[in-house]
Design a protein. Structure first.
Length: 264
């Protein structure tokens, strides 16, 4: 029968100490979250109702519901996903499976890294110049969604690229030895094994704008239409309370709704 030595007892005490220490740190991190959630549930729970969720704001957005905000968020995220996910996945497949290690590939990778570090106000100005003015989309859901798609495109590309590169090269060689083409190998072997990382990037793209309001506020503020009370009674679903402006020619010659200005 083995007996614990002095070193074993010392290691056990050290292990217990660190277990208690990390447990206390975990509890200290969870307590503020529980307090915030409890406050939201206690103070905000009685207000949330079907009427609150599916009615339009009234009295200058100081009363009523939040239906335009919910609807606008769904449209923004949906169109941004449709614009960025196919392009991001295709770019990652090209960089991982087709592009060689040359100067063009290095420039593309550098551009992706730089795009991820561009401030959101720069994305907003680009969205106004490109989508609102040049393509004449006006301040619309489409312009804001495309701006958000460009802002979140590096997330999709990088996560997809890392997922594709994590698939062992032996899988590709085995598929090639069976006579499969490069695209068949990508479609049948590489993508199924990398789908979890691709979905992670998509989830990060969806959660990035809501989770970081200061970062996503500028593109949405500059290129999307705000709430317009006058349009609520004239536009059918799913367009209630969503105005569309003509592209503003100048700060003094624009046609916004009389109650809200997109530049204020």
């Amino acid at each position: 029968m083995f007996e614990a030595t002095t070193q074993n007892r010392r290691d056990r005490r050290t292990q217990t100490l660190f277990r208690v220490l990390f447990g206390a740190m975990t509890v200290l991190l969870i307590i503020p979250v529980l307090i915030i959630l409890g406050t939201l549930i206690v103070k905000g729970g009685p207000i949330v109702s079907i009427n609150f969720l599916f009615t339009n704001p009234t009295h200058g957005m100081t009363a009523g519901g939040i239906f335009p905000a919910l609807l606008g968020t769904v449209w923004l995220v949906s169109v941004a996903l449709l614009a960025s996910v196919p392009l991001g996945v295709a770019a990652a497949i090209y960089l991982s499976e087709y592009a060689g290690d040359n100067w063009l590939t290095r420039i593309i990778n550098l551009a992706i890294i730089n795009l991820a570090g561009v401030p959101s106000i720069v994305h907003a100005l680009f969205g106004v110049g490109a989508f609102v003015l040049f393509f004449e989309f006006g301040t619309s859901i489409l312009a804001a969604s495309l701006t958000l798609a460009i802002m979140t495109l590096p997330v999709v590309i990088v996560s997809t690229l890392q997922s594709l590169q994590s698939v062992p090269h032996a899988f590709r060689e085995a598929c090639w030895n069976m006579g499969a083409t490069r695209w068949q190998t990508i479609r049948k072997v590489v993508l199924p094994n990398a789908i979890s990382g691709i979905l992670t990037g998509i989830i990060l793209e969806v959660s990035a704008p809501p989770a970081r309001p200061p970062r996503s506020c500028s593109p949405v503020r500059c290129s999307s239409p705000p709430f317009c009370p006058r349009a609520c009674s004239t536009r059918p679903w799913p367009w209630p309370c969503i105005c569309s402006w003509s592209p503003p020619r100048s700060r003094t010659s624009r046609r916004p709704c009389p109650s809200v200005s997109p530049w204020s």
